[in-house]
Design a protein around this ligand. Structure first.
Ligand code: AMP
Length: 405
């Protein structure tokens, strides 16, 4: 489907062309007509599907073709992390470049200056505000945020926001919004708590389901069964054997991020780290260096696993097995973006084998297990023994009689 089919305003079409978008993605094709018609929606769509433009484009169109009072906030997009807020604000700036839409990103971690600027924008009004829940709540409590004319509310990555404990903050914000408004909820997964949230805030929503809990086929997925102590030496060896343009390594804890980055640097590898202990300014600076190619290796917590849009990553390494299948899909989905190819290695310790098997079940695929380089010593036993050792026993116990041979 072409963008011209939506009947978008010419000024918006120019932004779409300048962004080099030709055809609408499936999520855009399904979501945009509902948003234009004024309906609430609940959409399960992951990052990488074009979901951001799926809500930004119709919002921009409505704002530039409708009549809205100056000095007010017309639309609010609530997102889980500052990185995502910044990225959406940039995306918005690109798409609305040829229009007069005003926007501001409001997120935690900035300095006093940022707060003053945000305060100014929020009290003077902006067409679209992109914000993280905690920071927006803090501003609302100060009493100057112009919310009484708000017409559109977007909750992006709603499952992530609930996982991060933002439910109360979101409900606080919603209590301060006019009851008459259009609500758009996007979530990668649809657990019961998201259904409950949807029930509380959406009005007869259209339901759109484009979630694919499967990574793109073109990503080469491989796993190494290792003992914990072999993880860092293996990464050093993998990085020395083949040249990669941009490598993203995920760890499940800040501690691991710090330790691994230290070891990489000690071995002469230019690596940066991103986790929540770092100041916002440092995080942004490291991301810029990484995006520009000056820093070839980035080690991060899951803070970077969703929504972050860097095109040229050709290797993702899971230093730890992610918590669940969705996180796995999000992490490895950072590679092989657009037309590029990508590889994803997962290091699976003995303790993590069970978690990894459940991920394989979710993605419906057995990930190829790779032999360790000889100099790293023996590797732990393979998943077949795992079947017998853990899950076989358990299943037999719980599902006696129903278990298929
Ligand atoms: P998202 O799922 O919103 O994170 O978008 C993923 C990437 O797809 C971003 O780099 C967008 O700029 C890009 N994108 C979104 N819509 C389109 C489209 N219709 N054609 C080409 N690229 C797109």
């Amino acid at each position: 489907m072409k963008f011209t089919d939506f009947g978008f305003d010419q000024r918006l079409m120019e932004g779409i062309e300048a962004s080099n978008y030709e055809d609408a993605t499936p999520v855009q094709e399904q979501v945009i007509p509902f948003i234009l018609s004024g309906k609430d929606i609940i959409a399960s769509a992951q990052t990488g599907t074009g979901k951001t433009a799926a809500f930004l484009l119709p919002l921009i169109h409505k704002i530039i073709t409708g009549t809205y009072e100056d000095g007010q906030i017309t639309a609010m997009v609530i997102v889980p992390t500052r990185e995502l807020a910044i990225q959406i604000a940039q995306h918005l700036e690109g798409l609305s470049y040829f229009t007069s839409v005003s926007s501001i990103a409001v997120y935690g971690g900035g300095d006093g200056n940022a707060f003053v600027q945000e305060k100014k924008a929020l009290s003077q009004g902006a067409d679209i505000v992109v914000c993280t829940p905690g920071k927006m709540m803090a501003h609302i409590k100060m009493g100057y945020v112009k919310l009484n004319k708000l017409q559109y509310l977007v909750l992006d990555e709603a499952d992530r926001m609930l996982d991060m404990g933002f439910y109360d903050d979101i409900m606080f914000i919603i209590k301060h919004l006019p009851a008459q408004r259009q609500n758009l909820l996007f979530s990668a997964t649809m657990p019961p708590k998201i259904r409950q949230l949807a029930k509380n805030i959406l009005h007869h929503p259209a339901e759109i389901n484009i979630a694919i809990s499967k990574p793109p086929e073109k990503i080469i997925q491989q796993a190494f069964l290792v003992y914990e102590a072999q993880k860092i030496p293996l990464i050093l060896q993998l990085l020395s054997e083949k040249k990669f343009k941009a490598v993203l390594i995920f760890c499940s804890s800040k501690l691991n991020v710090k330790q691994l980055t230290r070891e990489l640097k000690r071995n002469g590898i230019k690596a940066g780290e991103i986790h929540s202990d770092l100041e916002q300014e440092n995080r942004e600076d490291i991301l810029i260096q990484y995006k520009s190619g000056r820093l070839p290796v980035l080690v991060a917590t899951d803070i970077l696993s969703r929504g972050i849009d860097i095109d040229n990553i050709d290797l993702v390494i899971n230093f730890d097995v992610p918590h669940d299948g969705e996180d796995y899909v999000h992490r490895i989905g950072r590679t092989a973006r657009a037309e590029a190819d990508g590889t994803a290695f997962t290091l699976v310790s003995v303790k993590e084998q069970r978690k990894f098997l459940s991920i394989e079940k979710l993605i419906g695929k057995e990930v190829q297990k790779m032999p360790l380089p000889e100099n790293l010593g023996e590797q732990p036993a393979y998943a077949t023994s795992f079947e017998n050792k853990y899950s076989g026993k358990k299943r037999k116990f719980y599902n006696k009689g129903t278990r298929k041979k």
